[in-house]
Design a protein. Structure first.
Length: 476
């Protein structure tokens, strides 16, 4: 049984829940203590108590702790990858890549702890010196989704700690194992008690308690748009800063001049890898007329050939859907798309594998129009739809015809269209001849429009959310 981590103590509770493997629902990986309101309050109190000390800690100490933790994560890549694949369902190579990413984020942000520069500016008043420095925000609440069980927690927790904040971390209910390992590693790397607190439990209880507590100065959230809006609304009365990374309905435009094989590979990866459960997944494939039929035929063939199965089976290309609720949502959206006139060109069937799991063959739906629900609402599964358009101008208009704006991609050999798309696509991240999913860890991550709110995550820009600027004036 894995406990909570509060004030440096491993805390057990009477209520525990099993961590179930979506590839084999008879496989219980572990059980995890569940926090309630009381434990959430204790965690916030511990973080508040530790905040002044950690804010005054030196950059070397913060660097060394994050560096040690990053090195351990990287050294345990396969073991942690197996746990991640087992609890979330992405295949082992993807899970190991995610663990590597988390380790590299810790190392990068360790360096950021050393790069906390300020500015010294002559005042307009003679003899007065102005100093602009950054200070920690205080207690940060971190609330994460299930689809990146270790990378998303790492990319929020590492900069929060590097910049001198203390943390109350509530991971998604479905993936407590990776969250525990990350916190245990950071704690053993030398964090003082109370600097990082783990409260595993339901969002409506533990998450809500974090939102309701005025001691929490900032909340960094990734998850659905619905919950994100709740986080923002609950934070407003406290005047709390919030960072929200939410859903996507990411377009991949394929133009007539695209290299067909390459475009098909990019669409296959962007739409279906990691079981399509990526906020950056290409869920709308917007294809111009002259290449449409060839692209759809080739993609349908590749989709039908994808091997779905146990995440730990080396032959598997697509793991299971994360749980029965998400599976039902995927199946419902396929039915809605068909009812509204879409054609199920490949997949979309519930599969039986050797073990009981949430298996769905990746679904490709063609003959869809921009107004259909399948092209407006996030499915968050291995489901992609194709929209046929006349030309680049219509493709761009359709790509931008969404409330979301996380990523957008284009496959073309035309410098003119690639350049225009980079400029005009309404998205925080734009990909040319690359899948919409798959981003670097050392550069900013985030979206525009309804996908994101607040400063960017990752890279050097992470400093914006996790610090506040102080301007000091000194007269001789
Ligand atoms: P979710 O919104 O259901 O849950 C996210 C987190 O919020 C969980 O930890 C949950 O317990 C918590 N939560 C739920 N209710 C709460 C409440 N009342 N108060 C406080 N916390 C609460 O999302 P999910 O199903 O875990 O994740 C899938 C979603 O995440 C998708 O919409 C996906 O697009 C999005 N996502 C976005 C990004 C991004 O960077 N934009 C990355 C990954 C996932």
């Amino acid at each position: 049984m894995k406990p909570l981590l509060i004030g440096g103590d491993r805390v057990t509770t009477s209520h525990v829940v099993p961590n179930v493997n979506p590839s084999d629902t008879e496989d219980v990986i572990d059980s995890h203590a569940q926090a309630g309101r009381a434990e959430a309050q204790q965690a916030i109190a511990a973080a508040a108590e530790a905040a002044p000390g950690w804010a005054m800690s030196g950059p070397q100490e913060r660097h060394d702790i994050l560096h040690r933790a990053g090195a351990e994560v990287l050294a345990r890549e396969e073991e942690l990858g197996r746990l991640l694949a087992r609890e979330e369902g992405k295949i082992l190579p993807e899970a190991m890549a995610e663990v590597r990413r988390a380790g590299n984020i810790l190392l990068f942000q360790a360096g950021e702890a050393l790069r906390q520069y300020g500015e010294a500016i002559p005042s307009v008043r003679p003899g007065v010196l102005v100093e602009v420095t950054r200070a920690p925000v205080g207690v940060v609440g971190i609330i994460t989704p299930w689809n990146y069980p270790i990378a998303i927690p790492a990319w929020k927790i590492a900069p929060a700690l590097a910049h001198g904040n203390t943390v109350v971390f509530k991971p998604a209910e479905l993936v407590p194992g990776s969250a525990w390992e990350l916190c245990d590693i950071l704690h053993r790397a030398g964090l003082p008690d109370g600097v990082l607190n783990l409260v595993t439990g339901p969002g409506s209880v533990v998450g809500q308690e974090i939102l309701d507590d005025p001691r929490v100065a900032a909340v960094s959230f990734t998850g659905s748009q619905q919950t994100g809006h709740r986080v923002a609304a609950a934070s407003l009365p406290h005047g709390r800063r919030v960072q929200l990374e939410m859903g996507g309905k990411n377009p991949l435009v394929v133009l007539d001049d695209a290299d067909l094989d390459r475009a098909v590979g990019i669409a296959l990866d962007g739409a279906f890898f990691s079981t399509g459960q990526r906020c950056t997944a290409s869920s709308r494939l917007i294809v111009t007329e002259a290449i449409h039929d060839r692209f759809v035929s080739a993609l349908a063939e590749r989709v039908a050939a994808l091997r779905v199965g146990d995440a730990l089976d080396p032959a598997t290309e697509i793991g299971p859907v994360v749980d029965s609720i998400q599976l039902q949502q995927d199946v419902d959206y396929i039915a809605i798309a068909r009812a509204q006139g879409g054609t199920l060109r490949a997949g979309g069937e519930l599969l039986r594998c050797s073990r009981p799991g949430h298996y769905l063959s990746p679904a490709l739906i063609t003959e869809t129009t921009p107004q259909m629900r399948i092209n407006r609402e996030e499915v968050f599964g291995p489901v992609a739809s194709v929209i046929r358009v006349r030309d680049y101008d219509e493709a761009l208009a359709v790509a931008n015809d969404t409330e979301f704006g996380l990523t957008a991609g284009i496959c073309t050999q035309s410098l003119k269209y690639a350049s225009d798309f980079k400029r005009k696509a309404q998205a925080g991240m734009v990909m040319v001849n690359l899948p919409t999913a798959g981003v670097d860890y050392h550069v900013p991550f985030g979206g525009s429009k309804g996908s994101s709110f607040g400063p960017r995550e990752q890279g050097r820009q992470a400093v914006e959310f996790f610090t506040t600027i102080k301007t000091a004036y000194t007269a001789p």
